[in-house]
Design a binder for this molecule. Structure first.
Ligand code: MN
Length: 255
């Protein structure tokens, strides 16, 4: 029984050492997996591959590298916090960077993977900022700034995001169902796995058997989606053990 595992939104940061402990627990499990996909926001912020990796986070990255070296496939997708993580860091720690929309197959079923923020189209202000940040010219200009300046900007943006999130209506920060439908259709998939919204759930969509699987954040416990024996499992791993929150089969579309 070889599993494929999905995690997202760890938001690793020096001031939260418990997150690294949680990651070690999941990586122990991942030793027997076929692949581990990290669907964005592994790090709470990353301002370029010249950012020194904080000592408290180094063991987490070393453990990921050990996992990759042992033959488990390790994939990383960018989130809205760590989209500047580049090939240099990826190569150093054994990640393969995958694009914003990645189509994979599990038991012959096409599954779409994405971070999820691009689907939150009701938040127009956020989408405008996202378009700016993802523009290559904007990124080149940002990366040309001295490291201390970039770190100061990241700190200011994190503070702004905290304040704005607490003021915004809850529903505009979730995915838009039309955007989900259009994206799945465009990619030829019935199933989607994403993070970002921090609202873990397995949503049954129409047509029947279509799924939107959402990973949770790691603030209270590790959140994981596993695929084995034809099923997706949404799991929560805390001090008391592993809890299956929900599970659903990956079924073929009736034709
Ligand atoms: Mn995010």
């Amino acid at each position: 029984m070889s599993e494929t595992l999905f995690i997202a939104d760890l938001h690793l940061r020096p001031e939260a050492p418990t997150l690294v402990t949680r990651l070690h627990t999941v990586l122990e499990r991942a030793q027997k997996a076929r692949a581990l996909y990290i669907l964005g926001d592994l790090l709470d912020y990353w301002v370029g591959d010249d950012q020194p990796l904080h000592d408290s986070l180094r063991p987490a990255f070393e453990a990921l590298k050990t996992l990759a070296d042992s033959g488990v496939l390790l994939y990383l997708q960018h989130g809205n916090r760590d989209f500047l993580l580049g090939e240099k860091i990826a190569a150093r720690f054994g990640f393969t960077l995958i694009p914003e929309y990645q189509r994979i197959e599990l038991d012959g079923h096409p599954i779409l993977l994405c971070h999820g923020d691009s689907l939150c189209t009701d938040d127009a202000a956020y989408q405008a900022m996202r378009a700016q940040f993802r523009h290559p010219a904007f990124q080149a200009e940002f990366l040309a700034k001295p490291l201390p300046e970039r770190l100061a900007i990241a700190t200011a943006l994190r503070e702004r995001s905290r304040q704005e999130s607490s003021l915004k209506a809850q529903d505009i920060m979730d995915v838009n169902s039309d955007a989900v439908r259009a994206t799945l259709d465009a990619q030829g998939c019935h199933h989607l796995i994403h993070g970002h919204t921090h609202r873990p759930a397995l949503h049954r969509l129409t047509p029947p058997h279509a799924l939107r699987a959402v990973l949770g954040d790691w603030e209270d416990a590790a959140s994981l989606i596993s695929h084995r024996e034809g099923q997706l499992h949404l799991e929560r791993i805390d001090e008391s053990g592993t809890h299956i929150i929900d599970q659903a089969p990956l079924a073929h579309q009736p034709t």
